[in-house]
Each structure stands twice: as structure tokens, then as C-alpha cells.
Design a protein around this ligand. Structure first.
Ligand SMILES: Nc1ncnc2c1ncn2[C@@H]1O[C@H](COP(=O)(O)OP(=O)(O)O)[C@@H](O)[C@H]1O
Ligand SMILES: O=P(O)(O)OC[C@H]1O[C@](O)(COP(=O)(O)O)[C@@H](O)[C@@H]1O
Ligand SMILES: [Mg+2]
Length: 455
């Protein structure tokens, strides 16, 4: 019969636990207290209510039994029996960084309400305007449930956000000087790269300060988690633009409706919008290069489509086709304040190329391109119900992790369960559209578009 040790060894070979940093790893004399939820009148925690450190989420969830299997395990999010912070000694800071995303205000609201109601924390501060707000001299906003009461009904971020302005030492000095010991950062891939540096510096200084990132990206370009909050809302909003483009195209002779959607380096919004709309004839994304002229190119496809159907709808992600657009050397070098490449407008360029092509190949024949660019409209809106719920669970899960003393972690759903994932791992994990998988094949079969693979 296998001994416990043998079983543990076998399990260790099979399961690779993604260990989390904990404040006890670099600070001493931490307190250990019963979780205040134990005496919170709204909760009646039994033993199953608490999540233990051996409770994990496994991935992958689907595997082939005929091959050797191994799993990555992430600590499951949720309340622990013991916490390391006295609620009245917590000074929490919340900051939003990078571009907008539906649900930002909900996450802020739920962090405030969760800290206040679940754990009895009273010192909660909103840092204004992104990373630079830590040291800009602007006073942080004191937050309480009354103030944030309605925030989930507003798009944007009431704390304001910004790009750039990452000054590591000034940020960590400010965190230290303000006496923050829980820092909740809401941001995307760039934000996480910055947060890794903040975490490293806090660790180097041996400070008793927990830091966590709640992943935000309207593009859904952050890896490991199932999807980001606000993404569904954005896809829903994009439907309106696609429907309008379809109506315009259908109502014209040889009409093309062209919609540009967000997606800097990943085409998830374009892909999901295409799949859910079914009005789209061709979806162009950064992960799949395309070309205009010749057999199998976009014009060839559209020529046939217009002959068959007399109208067509194109969806293009903003980061698609960038290599095809002529640009000056200066334009090639252009970056935004965070260091992200600045794109030329693929929609405007495509519209002009389409017109040139038609006039050249079909002179005198009627043709219309209606270009719709909803850009900020899909991300500046209030989160829908599903995303709002996601934001609430995300914020609650992040709070439980921080109160338990975890640090340098990201909270997010993995196979529908909330998990704590090491920050440095998520910061490196990009979520790109896999053009070899079923979903992209499905797009191709729904649209019948070419694969743009030159043979
Ligand atoms: N490599 C990096 N190191 C430190 N800070 C970074 C890095 N990349 C981005 N940041 C900072 O993170 C913040 C948000 O980044 P940005 O790329 O604009 O948005 P997002 O986090 O949504 O991707 C900005 O303040 C930016 O300066
Ligand atoms: O005009 P801004 O604020 O720079 O935003 C534009 C960019 O923001 C995005 O929504 C992504 O932003 P994040 O990296 O902040 O998530 C892109 O889709 C878009 O290119
Ligand atoms: Mg980003």
C-alpha cells in the first residue's frame, strides 16, 4: 500500500503549485488574528466557509487521458481563518492605471464596501490619476461606502487614470510616507510590469505592505485568467456599431460597412463581436496578417462577396494591418506615455484603399464604404450586470487575500473559480488569439473569409 509520503511525492510530480509571496517571507513579527468575519453579524462562517492554503484551482481543465498529465495549481481565492492585519491598523490605497474599461468604478466601490463591511477597515484612500498620483502632491480621496454608493452605475474611473508617470522610488517612498499597508492597483499589462517593480522594491525594503493587482483590460490581453472584467460589456457595445454598419451596407448598392474596434495587439473584441453578431463577412485581427491585392487577398474576397450578396461588413481590430500602412520613420518610433506603440488609423487607411481599388477595377459602378469607429464608446460605458458581478467577486477575493497577508499577487477567475496568481507570472502572460484553434476556425467558417496564407 502506498504511504502518505509516496502519495505526496506522486502528487508533487503531477501538480506544480504556483507559490505566492506572503508578507511573512520578508517581514517579521506579523500578527495572526482570527478572521473578523467570524464575529461579523452578516456572516455565519462554518469550517467550509474558509479556504485553506492547500485549496487550489487546477489547470488545464481538459486533457487527454492517453498522454501523461500534469497540472498547474493556483491558490484558491477566499477568506482564510486567520488574518495578519488588525482592521483598525489597515491603511488601504486604491489606484487605477492605464486605459478605461467598463467596471473600473465597480471594482473601486466593492473594494471600499468590502473592506469596510467585511473587515471593518475605515482608512481607505483613493490615489488620484494613476501611478503619478502617489507622488504628484494631490491629496488622496478618503473613501467610504456612502461616497462610493452609486459608483457602479458610472462608466470611467472616479479616481481618474493616466498613462506614464511611473517613478518607482517616488511611488514607494510615497506609499511608505503615507503609511499605506495595503495597496490595491487596478490595471493592465503595463500596470502589472510596474507593480512587479513596486513589489520588488517593497520586498527589498522589508516593508509590511501588501500589494495586489486587479487585472483590467478591455482588450482582454492579459493571460491565465478566463477573461477580464468589462470585456463582455465592450463586446456588447460593439454589436451596435456592427449592426449600424450592416444596415448601412445593406441599404447601398455595393455597400461596405467597416467597423474598427479596440484591440492594440490582440483581436479578442473583434473576434467575439464577429462571432456574436453574425453580420460580419471578414474579421481582421493583429494575430492574423492579411493582404489586399491578388488571389486570396481582401479585395479578391470582397469582389466575390459583393457579387454574391451586394454588401459586406468588415470588422478590423485597431492593431491589425499596421505593417501595411505606409508611415514615416518618426511615426514608426512613436510611443504613448506608457511606452505603447502609437498606431495609425487602420480604418481610415482601409476605407481609402477600398475606394481606390473599386475605382480602379470597377470604374463607374456604384460603391459605398461607411466607416464606423466607436473607439471609446465601447469602453467608456457602465459595466453590464455580468461584469458588475464579476467586479464584486474580484474585489472581495482580492481583499481576503490581502487580509491574509498574501502580497505580489493578482486575483482572477480560472475556469470560473477565483484564484490568486503570482503577479510576476501574470505580468508576463499575454493572451493572444490562437489562430490555430477552434474559435478562429469558427470565425472563418461563419464569415467564409480567406486565411490570408500565401501559398
Ligand atoms: N515596463 C513598465 N515598467 C514600469 N511601469 C510601467 C511599465 N509599463 C507600463 N508602466 C506603467 O503602467 C501604467 C499603465 O500602463 P499602460 O500600458 O498605459 O496601461 P495598462 O496597464 O492598462 O496596459 C502607466 O503609468 C505606465 O507608466
Ligand atoms: O487613447 P488611449 O487612452 O491611449 O487608449 C487607447 C488604447 O487603450 C486600449 O483600450 C488598451 O488600453 P490598456 O492597455 O490600458 O488596457 C487599446 O485598445 C487602445 O489602443
Ligand atoms: Mg495594456
Amino acid at each position: 500500500m502506498a504511504t502518505n509520503n509516496q502519495n505526496n511525492n506522486q502528487q508533487a510530480q503531477l501538480i506544480n503549485l504556483q507559490k505566492l509571496p506572503h508578507l511573512s517571507h520578508h517581514t517579521q513579527n506579523l500578527e495572526s488574528l482570527p478572521n473578523p468575519l467570524q464575529t461579523n453579524s452578516f456572516y455565519h462562517p462554518n469550517q467550509d466557509f474558509y479556504i485553506s492554503d492547500s485549496d487550489v484551482i487546477l489547470t488545464p481543465i481538459a486533457f487527454d487521458l492517453s498522454s501523461p498529465v500534469s497540472f498547474l495549481a493556483y491558490h484558491r481565492a477566499g477568506p482564510r481563518t486567520r488574518v495578519i492585519f488588525q482592521p483598525n491598523r489597515v491603511r488601504a490605497a486604491i489606484v487605477t492605471c492605464g486605459g478605461l474599461c467598463p467596471g473600473l468604478n465597480t471594482v473601486i466601490r466593492e473594494l471600499v464596501v468590502g473592506l469596510w463591511n467585511m473587515y471593518g477597515v475605515r482608512d481607505i484612500f483613493g490615489v488620484k490619476s494613476g501611478y503619478r498620483g502617489f507622488y504628484s502632491g494631490e491629496e488622496p480621496l478618503r473613501l467610504d461606502p456612502k461616497l462610493v454608493h452609486n459608483w457602479h452605475k458610472r462608466g470611467g474611473t472616479a479616481l481618474e487614470t493616466s498613462r506614464g508617470g511611473f517613478d518607482l522610488h517616488r511611488i514607494v517612498d510615497a506609499i511608505q510616507n503615507r503609511g499605506y499597508n495595503q495597496v490595491y492597483i487596478i490595471g493592465g499589462d503595463g500596470t502589472m510590469r510596474g507593480a512587479v517593480k513596486i513589489f520588488d522594491e517593497i520586498t527589498r525594503r522589508k516593508l509590511n505592505i501588501g500589494i495586489t493587482v486587479l487585472p483590467k483590460t478591455v482588450d482582454n490581453d492579459v493571460g491565465i485568467i478566463d477573461r477580464s472584467f468589462g470585456f463582455q460589456t465592450a463586446v456588447e457595445m460593439a454589436q451596435q456599431a456592427i449592426s449600424a454598419a450592416h444596415v448601412e451596407a445593406e441599404s447601398a448598392v455595393n455597400g461596405i460597412g467597416l467597423v474598427k474596434l479596440m484591440g492594440r495587439s490582440t483581436g479578442h473584441i473583434a473576434l467575439f463581436s464577429t462571432l456574436s453578431s453574425r453580420d460580419v463577412d471578414c474579421c481582421l485581427i493583429p494575430e492574423n496578417e492579411f493582404y489586399l491585392e491578388g488571389k486570396g487577398g481582401l479585395f479578391d474576397f470582397l469582389d466575390n462577396r459583393l457579387k454574391e450578396n451586394s454588401h459586406a461588413v468588415l470588422v478590423v481590430a485597431e492593431g491589425a494591418g499596421q505593417a501595411l500602412i505606409p508611415r514615416t520613420d518618426a511615426e514608426k518610433e512613436e510611443k504613448d506615455e506608457s511606452g505603447n506603440p502609437v498606431f495609425l488609423d487602420v480604418g481610415v487607411w482601409l476605407k481609402s484603399e477600398l475606394k481606390k481599388w473599386w475605382n480602379r477595377d470597377h470604374p463607374g459602378e456604384l460603391f459605398t464604404v461607411k466607416y464606423i469607429d466607436p473607439t471609446y464608446m465601447i469602453r467608456a460605458v457602465t459595466a453590464n450586470a455580468t461584469d458588475n458581478l464579476y467586479c464584486t467577486l474580484l474585489a472581495n477575493a482580492a481583499i481576503h487575500g490581502m487580509m491574509a497577508g498574501y502580497t505580489g499577487f493578482v486575483t482572477g477567475p480560472i475556469h470560473g473559480n477565483y484564484a490568486y496568481i503570482p503577479l510576476d507570472v501574470v505580468a508576463k502572460a499575454k493572451n493572444e488569439v490562437d489562430t490555430k484553434d477552434h474559435k478562429w476556425a469558427w470565425v472563418r467558417s461563419v464569415t467564409n473569409q480567406p486565411d490570408f496564407a500565401r501559398n
